[in-house]
Design a protein around this ligand. Structure first.
Ligand SMILES: *Cc1c(COP(=O)(O)O)cnc(C)c1O
Length: 227
């Protein structure tokens, strides 16, 4: 098979090894291929290797690639910052949105989800690395946001997502992911029905699996370094 298939297999092998090491069933951890900046032909090649789930950060790329690959029906996950003028495209095109961090955006996605479509699966993006103020809801504001989003009819709130500050230290990586897991456990205790932790990328997927990731979002290890 192609080099691309080999790289995908190598990532699957990493996931399996991590699942075994940390006592997780391998089928509980799904690989999301992050195809941002890669052309539609590369996504098509990855589909030929057996992948179906792709993550995109930019609405314009999502629009372009979903049009180019429409008849092959990849499952698109939107993982980038969501601007309010892009919610309709995401509601029309994606199966998942991992990066919802404001109630207003959630309401728009719900209202704009086409009638008759299954609800859009949603993760709330949480800012678990307090020192920077990137995207994501603050931990103290998470319960209120989750309780506002859960009842929206066009959405299905599935869980939480985070992008921790990069670290080379495995234990530090684990501590960041543990904060997300604990936040999710807290929401479950409050009565929310959540089954998804979207966490882990090329450089920290083992630590994420150790802490309960159910979706890891991997770009570089599959497609190579971005230019
Ligand atoms: C780019 C990106 C990834 C993939 O990162 P890699 O280090 O290339 O695996 C995952 N999640 C999000 C939100 C991203 O923007």
């Amino acid at each position: 098979m192609s080099q691309l298939c080999d790289r995908i297999q190598a990532v699957q092998d990493r996931l399996q090894a991590a699942a075994r090491r940390f006592g997780r069933p391998t089928e509980d951890v799904q690989l999301l291929a992050v195809s941002k900046t890669r052309p539609a032909e590369i996504v098509a090649q990855a589909m030929d290797c057996g992948l179906r789930e792709f993550g995109e950060n930019y609405a314009s790329e999502l629009e372009e690639k979903s049009r180019a690959l429409g008849d092959r029906h990849p499952a698109w996950h939107f993982i980038g910052p969501i601007q309010s003028n892009k919610t309709r495209l995401i509601a029309d095109t994606a199966r998942w949105a991992h990066s919802v961090d404001r109630e207003r955006i959630a309401r728009r996605l719900s209202e704009q989800r086409p009638l008759g479509a299954v609800p859009l699966n949603v993760c709330l993006q949480v800012n678990i690395s307090e020192e920077d103020s990137k995207s994501g809801v603050a931990l103290e504001d998470l319960p209120a946001l989750a309780e506002a989003v859960a009842p929206l009819p066009g959405l299905k709130l599935r869980g939480l997502m985070a992008i921790p500050a990069p670290s080379d230290d495995f234990d530090e990586q684990r501590r960041a992911f543990a904060r997300l897991r604990e936040a999710q456990e807290d929401l479950i205790r409050r009565g929310l029905d959540l089954d998804t932790l979207s966490m882990g990328m090329t450089d920290d997927l083992e630590a994420a699996v150790a802490e309960g990731a159910t979706i890891v979002r991997v770009g570089t290890a599959i497609f190579g370094a971005r230019g």
